[in-house]
Design a protein around this ligand. Sequence first.
Ligand code: NDP
Ligand SMILES: N[C@@H](CC=O)C(=O)O
Length: 426
Amino acid sequence: MTTTIEVGMLGLGTVGSGVVSRLQQAATQIEQTQGLRLHLAAVAVNHLAAPRAVTLPLGTRLTDSIQAVVTDPKIQLVIEVMGTLEVAEQAIATALKHGKSVITANKDLIATAGDRLIAVAQRQHCDLFYEASVAGGIPILRTLTDSYATDQVTALAGIINGTANYMLSAMTAGQTYAQALAAAQTAGYAEADPTNDVLGLDTAYKLMILSRFAFGQGPTLPTLQPTGITQLTPTICQQAARSGWQVKLLAQAQPANGQLYCRVAPVAVPSQQALSQVGGVQNGVAVTSRAIGASLYTGPGAGSTATANSVLNDVIVAAHNLIHQTAGVAFNRQRQCLPVANFNQLSQAYLLFSSDSEHAWQRLALTQQVKLRRQTTNCYQTGILTPDQAQVLRANGAQLVPIMGTVTWAKSAAVKPLVVAADIAI
Ligand SMILES: NC(=O)C1=CN([C@@H]2O[C@H](COP(=O)(O)OP(=O)(O)OC[C@H]3O[C@@H](n4cnc5c(N)ncnc54)[C@H](OP(=O)(O)O)[C@@H]3O)[C@@H](O)[C@H]2O)C=CC1
Ligand SMILES: N[C@@H](CC=O)C(=O)O
């Protein structure tokens, strides 16, 4: 038996167009394997006359009224893929209050206003799913919810911004920052305004969500103080690569010593680590857990088709819940309350980049009792630095990139380090 579900969508840009294409291409598969016919009843956009990458199916209404979609009594399920904060929050809240389940890819909104919307969804016994909000095509949130239900995550580290990872790979291969950004924009990976991609804010929002699924708690933006990739140059990426590291914009979270340590920053990942091989628009989330051990989930982190696939997987789960009247169970039910700390407060080794003379750096290193080993022109590996020592080097003009796996935990740390420490003997 096939059940038809009436779907409304807000947004018809990169992701929305992908949803329309995937719905058309997979219609038979969805009907045969899921017993569902997903009928796209209406799509709301900002500019009615703008050219579109896809042709809407006959019978799908194009409108510039969000309200007409989220209050339409025939529509059972709303997909929000327009982005924005206030407008999207208002639209999702209205849809939920009208008894519709909602699927969104909007990480900015879920990270910052997710609790409010989840509360509305719970009151209304509706689903609010957002798999596509983290790591694009990788089904990481539902994996953490379902497949780690009896396990305990002890650490996670992820490359979770496709644009930044694409740019870092391109710069390592010789492109300029501007060329790399333009290519990521053309490919549809970057946000409409790419500021959040390059400043690390998009990664921070995703870590806030991801960490709630892994640990029942996420950092806030002020505790995280993300560092982006704007200070990185092709030269830095290439010098690091020549010396055995790939510079990656990394999101990390790990409970230890009764605190949840988090960080979003460029990190030098040793070339022998699998995460270092996650290149281009690919994302990778390394999860360490008590039962499974180390797992790495990789796949496209942005782009029309891959993201649309995640959106539609949520749609299918929500559609089944509507049919079986089981909607309203929270997507994530983990809860924990630990003080949040930053990895930068811990002692660790760094790659140091500077065009000042080696002699000057070695002299400073001596006075600071810091070990420094030259890797290649203008690139040095430090020994383990305390936060204060790192601060002194920065104040003297060093650009420091922490080396993954070198954090030294206090003896009482309850949870083992995320990765085997890299060989940092110098
Ligand atoms: N691009 C990607 O790879 C990924 C994106 N996301 C998220 O998905 C969402 C959509 O991204 P993306 O498709 O790239 O964005 P686009 O900028 O390509 O598309 C946005 C769409 O929303 C519409 N829209 C914007 N504001 C309004 C409004 N006030 N009223 C009605 N329609 C509006 C636009 O209409 P119009 O076309 O008329 O201007 C456009 O169709 C964002 O939250 C993004 O962060 C998540 C994962 C991956
Ligand atoms: N701009 C984002 C899109 C997906 O979330 C990215 O590049 O990862």
